[in-house]
Design a protein around this ligand. Structure first.
Ligand SMILES: N[C@@H](CCC(=O)N[C@@H](CS)C(=O)NCC(=O)O)C(=O)O
Length: 222
């Protein structure tokens, strides 16, 4: 046994949230270390814990993993959420990367000026409805899951982004009944139902304190 999985990040969503989602769906319990001070970050650096001086950091199976995509791939591979063969896997990666394009845009919103935010939100909504969601609507029209006949990390990330999008644009799925149906099915999975309840390890939308903490931990000026 290599002990419990430990996530080191901020007390907020950011790049760690998809990892929290995937571990939850995989049924893996985890502890969290929430960085609040620059000294804690400096200590991680001096301990050599952060390969590229960045978080997320995930301690799992005796390893200290960084780089979000690598971490997600490891968890997906280990818990059978990464398809049956290389061809399924590359499809899962393609769908996941599309989802992540959108996620990254939403993740950056709290860090941009109020003036830029309006334009960025319009850009996100336009790209989501014209470029990204139609792909998922088509893929799910004839299949329960995005790839093959089983749940994968791409499905989990798709559910996450649909919820993130609805937080910003409540009716965005009204023209995408297939994706909306998929969202409903995913939300009824027991692990996900629990994760969506208040008091779970799911983080709320970023607030001013989250932004301030990120700046403080990295000693960024703003
Ligand atoms: N490619 C990395 C990027 C990680 C990243 O940018 N992390 C931010 C926090 S969300 C960070 O540690 N920034 C500090 C820095 O780059 O100096 C990943 O996906 O994990």
């Amino acid at each position: 046994m290599s002990g419990k999985v430990v996530l080191t990040y901020f007390n907020g969503r950011g790049k760690m949230e998809s990892i929290r989602w995937l571990l939850t769906v995989a049924g893996v319990e985890f502890d969290e270390v929430n960085l609040t001070k620059h000294e804690e970050y400096v200590k991680l650096l001096s301990d050599g814990a952060l390969m590229f001086e960045q978080v997320p950091l995930v301690e799992i199976d005796g390893m200290k993993l960084v780089q979000t995509k690598a971490i997600l791939s490891y968890i997906a591979g280990k818990y059978n959420l990464y398809g049956n063969d290389l061809k399924e896997r590359v499809m899962i990666d393609m769908y996941s990367e599309g989802v992540r394009d959108l996620m990254e845009m939403i993740m950056m919103l709290p860090f941009i000026s109020p003036d830029a935010k309006k334009t960025k939100l319009e850009d996100i909504e336009r790209k989501a409805t014209s470029r990204y969601i139609p792909v998922f609507e088509k893929a799910l029209a004839s299949s329960q899951y995005l790839v093959g006949d089983q749940l994968s990390c791409a499905d989990v990330q798709l559910l996450e982004i649909t919820l993130m999008l609805e937080e910003k644009f409540p009716t965005i799925l009204s023209k995408f009944p297939v994706v909306k149906g998929f969202q409903g099915r995913m939300k009824s999975l027991p692990a996900i139902q629990k994760f969506l309840q208040p008091g779970s390890k799911r983080k709320p939308q970023p607030d001013d304190l989250y932004v301030k903490t990120v700046y403080e931990v990295f000693n960024f000026k703003h």
